[in-house]
Design a protein around this ligand. Structure first.
Ligand code: TRP
Ligand code: SF4
Length: 336
């Protein structure tokens, strides 16, 4: 069975953009019968949140709940927490020995995020080494595919380069993981800009139906449709981008028609969107409420998943230790 691995940084609550751009694809891959490993990258979160890590644990828990509510199934996928699998750290240190600093310094994501988060001091060893830890995350499971967005391609390329270098130095051990590019639909926030927690324009998976409606109702539309009687253009309207993701094609055609002919008002149009949005998000919200009422069940899922991940990680690490040929003083019975 082909193995898929991916991770998310717990630096905020998951919103519709994260759902459509990543989580939904993860669920699909699970349903397509891949052997899936999905993890909460809390060490990676610390690379930018180290000065105030107080929210990271909270976001980890909420992320686990969102995943389960969205349909990730712990019986079919291995759902785990990075910091519970110390083997990632051991592989990370070994990979760090063979990774040239110049590869890390020219990484475009590194430069971009340092620009974006100018308020934080990211001149740290951990932040520079982010892609090395990511390579360890992926290679320790010998993953074949890594579902990611285009923004992660440079990191994945680095992982492949590090794998190649390891294989060259110590013998062929790691397959080179391939990206599984997920089609990223355009998901605007309620102000029409890209949905993002930092723009405060997001609709969260944890929002109640009432909150969702309160966000959709005043949402920006085609700014040139000023009056109810003005015809609009769905191509200029962020509400319509959400229709594309949630409203079935036939009804979407009717929306186009009525918008262009001023056959209905924007509030009517948003009500239709809301109904379809709730068709998907309502059951997730209900499932979330159930899970919130059973905190120990969520703990158990994550701990059991981490245990399973650890077993797989250990197998690779055994081979890695052998390949690097560090002295392993033997004890009777050959314990580690
Ligand atoms: N860097 C990824 C992101 O920001 C998160 C991540 C960490 C990851 N380790 C990974 C993704 C391994 C895929 C595989 O989205
Ligand atoms: Fe946008 Fe719908 Fe209003 Fe047209 S009717 S401008 S698609 S909200």
């Amino acid at each position: 069975m082909e193995r898929v691995l991916s991770g998310m940084r717990p630096t905020g609550l998951l919103h519709l953009g994260n759902y459509l751009g990543a989580l939904k694809n993860w669920v699909d891959l699970q349903d397509e019968g891949y052997e899936c490993f999905y993890f909460i990258a809390d060490w990676h979160a610390l690379t930018t949140e180290y000065a105030d890590p107080s929210q990271v644990a909270y976001y980890c828990r909420e992320m686990a709940i969102d995943w389960l509510a969205a349909g990730l199934d712990p019986d079919r996928s291995v759902l785990f927490l990075q910091s519970q699998v110390l083997e990632h750290a051991e592989l990370h240190i070994l990979l760090s020995m063979i990774t040239p600093v110049s590869w890390l310094e020219r990484n475009p994501t590194y430069k971009e995020i340092r620009q974006e988060l100018k308020d934080r001091d990211l001149a740290t060893y951990g932040f520079l080494g982010y892609p090395v830890l990511q390579a360890a995350d992926i290679l320790i499971y010998k993953a074949h595919y890594v579902p990611v967005g285009v923004d992660q391609l440079p990191h994945l390329e680095l992982t492949r380069e590090i794998a190649r270098r390891f294989n060259y130095l110590y013998g062929n051990l790691f397959p080179e993981p391939k990206p599984k590019l997920t089609e990223t639909p355009k998901v605007p926030g309620v102000d029409g800009r890209k949905m993002s927690k930092s723009y405060e324009n997001a609709i969260y998976l944890s929002d109640s139906p009432q909150v969702i409606w309160d966000k959709i109702r005043p949402m920006v539309t085609d700014t040139q449709r000023k009056r109810r009687t003005d015809p609009g253009d769905p191509e200029r309207c962020p509400v319509f981008d959400l229709h594309r993701a949630f409203t079935p094609p036939q009804e979407r055609e009717e929306v186009v028609e009525k918008c262009k002919t001023a056959g209905f008002g924007c509030i009517d149009c948003k009500k239709i969107l809301y109904e379809h949005l709730i068709g998907v998000m309502g059951p997730m919200y209900e499932k979330r409420k159930e899970l919130e009422a059973q905190p120990s069940l969520v703990d158990e899922v994550v701990l059991e998943g981490s245990q399973r991940a650890r077993e797989a990680a250990r197998r690779t690490l055994e081979e890695v230790r052998g390949a690097v040929e560090l002295w392993r003083p033997s004890t009777e019975g050959g314990a580690e």
